[in-house]
Design a protein. Structure first.
Length: 286
């Protein structure tokens, strides 16, 4: 019998709570499950930090933002499991975890783990990616209530709005002793972006590599071409207008107030240092 801690944000909604209750009922047949509910930002990190040593498995029940919080609290010795309940659920996609209750319960019961690498933005860990500029502005402008009601549609509408402001930001990135400028910067530890869309073939959360895409001279035409590459090739590296850098450290700044999103949540504003310290967690996969 395993002691399982589930960290859940009750703001996810009644329908998701009903799903979670079914999963807890199933897991309780062979395990001892304790549910912890969050109330404010940062709760999931504090709960994971406090309870990691008291449980055999820590489960993040929520979206990529909830998982990010748990990642920042869990110790490296305690396996992390996920119950995908967010908008994009990129961590779940990378790990092969579907929305099926049976798949989720089987994965947790079997407990097969795989090393997943996490990187750092200033003093905070992230498991997926950091976006600076365009997509961070989209995240910044999303109303949480509308996000809960409309999901990906509200991101599409806000993304369309920001499509007409593609050169709003001038960002400077220093890495490998070289300095580059861009209108939008995406540094990824993951293969997928905005859901099941592949953006790179160079990394995923099970590899140590960080890949940086610099969107230089970001015009409407080049933006649409980038979408074409994602949909039909799943690899932004094919674009000659995007500079691709692989490195362990990126120092980024701007003279403007430039927003940052980290694992789909607003992080703050520049400047930041992003680096890979080869840290890893044990993620339960199928």
């Amino acid at each position: 019998m395993k002691k399982i801690c589930i960290i859940f944000n009750p703001k996810a909604g009644n329908s998701k709570l009903a799903k979670l209750n079914k999963i807890i009922t199933e897991l309780n047949k062979n395990n001892a499950v304790t549910l912890f509910e969050t109330s404010v930002a940062g709760d999931a990190t504090n709960i994971a930090r406090t309870e990691s040593a008291n449980f055999d498995i820590i489960v993040a029940a929520g979206g990529d933002g909830t998982i990010n919080e748990v990642v920042n609290g869990i110790n490296s010795n305690t396996p992390l499991a996920i119950i995908p309940m967010g908008t994009a659920n990129i961590v779940a996609i990378e790990a092969g975890i579907s929305n099926s209750n049976k798949v989720i319960c089987d994965a947790i019961n079997i407990g097969k783990t795989k090393k997943v690498y996490v990187s750092n933005i200033n003093n905070k860990k992230f498991i997926l990616m950091t976006g600076i500029g365009y997509d961070a502005k989209v995240v910044n402008n999303i109303n949480p209530k509308l996000k809960k009601m409309f999901g990906k549609i509200i991101f599409f509408l806000e993304g369309l709005k920001q499509f007409f402001k593609l050169k709003e930001f001038n960002i400077t990135v220093t890495s490998n002793n070289q300095t580059h400028n861009a209108n939008w910067v995406l540094i990824t530890n993951a293969k997928h972006y905005a859901g099941s869309y592949s953006i790179t073939k160079r990394t995923n959360i099970f590899k140590e590599d960080l890949v940086c895409y610099l969107f230089q001279d970001l015009t409407k035409l080049s933006f649409l071409y980038n979408l074409f590459l994602i949909v039909f090739y799943g690899d932004l590296s094919k674009s000659k207008k995007i500079k691709t850098i692989q490195s362990n450290v990126f120092k980024i700044h701007s003279e403007q107030k430039t927003p940052i999103q980290c694992d789909g949540e607003l992080f703050g504003h520049l400047p930041v240092t992003i680096q890979s310290n080869k840290e890893f967690l044990n993620l339960i996969t199928v």
